[in-house]
Write a protein that binds this ligand. Structure first.
Ligand code: FES
Length: 47
């Protein structure tokens, strides 16, 4: 997370086909509905 207010998009994930921000919509989600492939791809973007 960067700003923790839902403005920067750093914590954006997809849950059940919908864009969610972990800082304001989470942090708890149904893990079966989280798109982990996309999340991991985003985490590697700056490595
Ligand atoms: S930390 Fe920036 S949108 Fe969540």
């Amino acid at each position: 997370m960067v700003d923790g207010t839902g403005m920067c998009g750093a914590c954006r994930i997809t849950v059940d086909g919908r864009t969610r921000f972990v800082c304001v919509d989470g942090p708890e989600f149904d893990a079966h509905k989280v798109d982990f492939d996309e999340m991991l791809m985003r985490l590697r973007a700056y490595n």
